[in-house]
Design a protein around this ligand. Structure first.
Ligand code: TRP
Length: 519
């Protein structure tokens, strides 16, 4: 039915560019700068990059178009959009459950995203103070100083550890970051989100390019390029047969584009009828993937130059990179630029994450006082988010340090092998990344492919040729649901159980050999 006028009474993005920048702002974040390089590192570099690209193209891209079209056609909030669309097709409004789950998912993600982003803010400020004090001491020549020039290497790599032992500081920076996010969200789509994205994203791209130039000329650019782009058959076979590569690649694709959380349904709400959905989906996905690859080319040359560990995980951004900036002329200013850039990227992502729930709180299309409801909704939701986030921050404090606390050792879901040994922050990260986002993506694919009528999706997508539409339809109806279901079952259930059994068997072997020795 063509009767639904999407977004009646809703604010709209002021232009296609504004929408594209906001969507790119949401997609590009800590997932690209920090997660992509290290997950790629753990999975053999090139092999991961290749499978990731396939996942993005065959699963990420069609689901992104599906979420956007559902939002624009339904209007209101993600939840009312899905309810309305389901009813239009004569189906139960219970489908809206997946929008509820999506909203919960994005909400849970902000609670820990803002803690990590708080670390970024802390590092950005520390680096800034460092530059200022160098310039204060040495005049203009101070600009050429390395980052934290007066410290030892150990002190530099230990900065994250030091921060983790100061729960109060961590919570203050978490509060600052969530406060910034709320400030922007409360101002609404045009005055807040759009403005933030259109100023921060161009700045982000400029900083990124400067950093790549710096990194490639100062560091081991060739090694980095080989690592990410040169086919290595042995590594490829190894990575594929280890079983985790495809799961990691798909999960990373969902997290990085921001799929499966009703977020893109929400951003679709504000999209104009004239915007071509497949076109903008292509732009957003290319930009997101491009930034991940470019971020790799900004980070790995330095990692290789200094013989650092490419698969260092969460520490890569906060320990090894500062060490690299510590050893390079102009490292102070470049280190500051790096963290400022990461901060911009994280901020435009966290706005989008909070927006899903705020869009629900400000009511359906013709609710009166939407602006006031938005402000109140932002305050309430942001505050809850801050409180849960305090638990997340405390869970990162080592148990044996002075700040050790209940959350340092609390493992919320030990019974499931998948969550074994995970404290609150790691648990939420894993719960959202490996279960909730793929589940949301699966539901979005099922909804667009099986619940909505072909005529509705065809009209909303506006493909230029029927064969392009058919390709999308086949992917969304068959390829996405089947692939995501398989990944969910293997990733969340089978792989962790197998790993647990294997560990148990190994432990038994150790036990019995100890017994043998004792006998
Ligand atoms: N895509 C962002 C990143 O790469 C994070 C993010 C923003 C996200 N919105 C999301 C992840 C919605 C999942 C769902 O950092």
């Amino acid at each position: 039915m063509a009767g639904i006028q999407a977004g009646d009474g809703e604010p709209h993005w002021s232009s296609k560019t504004a929408f594209v920048l906001a969507a790119i702002g949401s997609a590009v974040g800590l997932g690209n700068l920090w997660r992509f390089p290290y997950v790629a590192g753990e999975n053999g570099g090139f092999a991961f990059v290749l499978v990731y690209l396939i996942c993005v193209l065959l699963i990420g891209l069609p689901i992104l178009s599906a979420e956007l079209l559902m939002g624009r056609r339904g209007g209101g909030s993600a939840i009312s959009a899905i309810t309305r669309l389901a009813k239009t097709e004569g189906k139960t409004g219970a489908w809206a459950i997946f929008a509820w789950v999506g909203m919960l998912t994005s909400f849970l993600i902000v609670t820990f995203y803002s803690v990590i982003a708080g670390w970024v803010l802390y590092f950005a400020i520390e680096a800034f103070k460092d530059v200022i004090s160098n310039v204060g001491a040495n005049g203009v020549a101070g600009f050429s100083a390395p980052l934290f020039a007066t410290m030892t290497n150990e002190e530099v790599t230990g900065r994250l550890g030091g921060l983790l032992e100061q729960p109060k500081t961590m919570i203050i920076f978490h509060a600052l970051f969530i406060g910034l996010t709320m400030l922007i969200c409360a101002r609404g789509v045009k005055g807040g989100i759009e403005k933030a994205a259109t100023t921060l994203m161009p700045a982000f791209f400029v900083l990124l390019l400067v950093l790549v130039g710096f990194s490639v000329t100062q560091g081991a650019g060739v090694d980095a390029a080989k690592y990410l782009f040169a086919p290595d058959v042995d590594k490829f076979v190894n990575a594929l047969t280890s079983g985790t590569l495809v799961l990691d690649a798909l999960g990373q694709a969902f997290f990085s584009i921001g799929l499966g959380s009703a977020l893109m349904v929400t951003y679709g709400l504000y999209m104009r009828k004239s915007t071509n959905i497949p076109g903008v989906s292509g732009i957003v996905v290319s930009a997101d993937t491009g930034v991940a690859l470019i971020a790799g080319m900004a980070i790995f040359p330095i990692v290789f130059q200094f013989g650092l560990e490419p698969g260092a995980g969460p520490g890569l951004m906060f320990s090894t990179l500062p060490l690299a900036f510590h050893q390079i002329p102009f490292g102070g200013i470049f280190g500051f630029m790096f963290f400022a850039m990461a901060l911009f990227a994280a901020l435009t992502s966290s706005i989008s994450l909070l927006e899903v729930a705020v869009a629900w709180a400000d009511g359906d299309k013709d609710t009166p006082n939407k602006a006031r409801r938005r402000v109140i909704g932002t305050i309430i939701l942001g505050t809850i988010c801050f409180i849960i986030g305090v638990g997340n921050a405390l869970s990162q404090v080592p148990a044996d340090s002075a700040g050790g606390n209940f959350f340092s050792t609390w493992k919320p879901a030990e019974i499931m092998p998948l969550f074994e040994g995970k404290t609150l922050l790691d648990f939420l990260d894993s719960l959202t990344g490996t279960i909730l986002l793929p589940f949301g993506g699966l539901m979005a694919a099922l909804f667009a492919g099986w619940v909505m009528s072909k005529s509705a999706t065809r009209e909303e997508l506006g493909f230029k040729s029927e064969s392009s539409y058919n390709a999308w339809y086949f992917l969304i109806r068959w390829v996405c649901p089947i692939a995501v279901t398989l990944v969910l079952i293997f990733g969340a259930v089978i792989a962790p159980a197998v790993a647990k059994n294997k560990a148990a068997a190994e432990a038994e072997q150790v036990d019995s050999s100890i017994e043998q020795v004792a006998n």
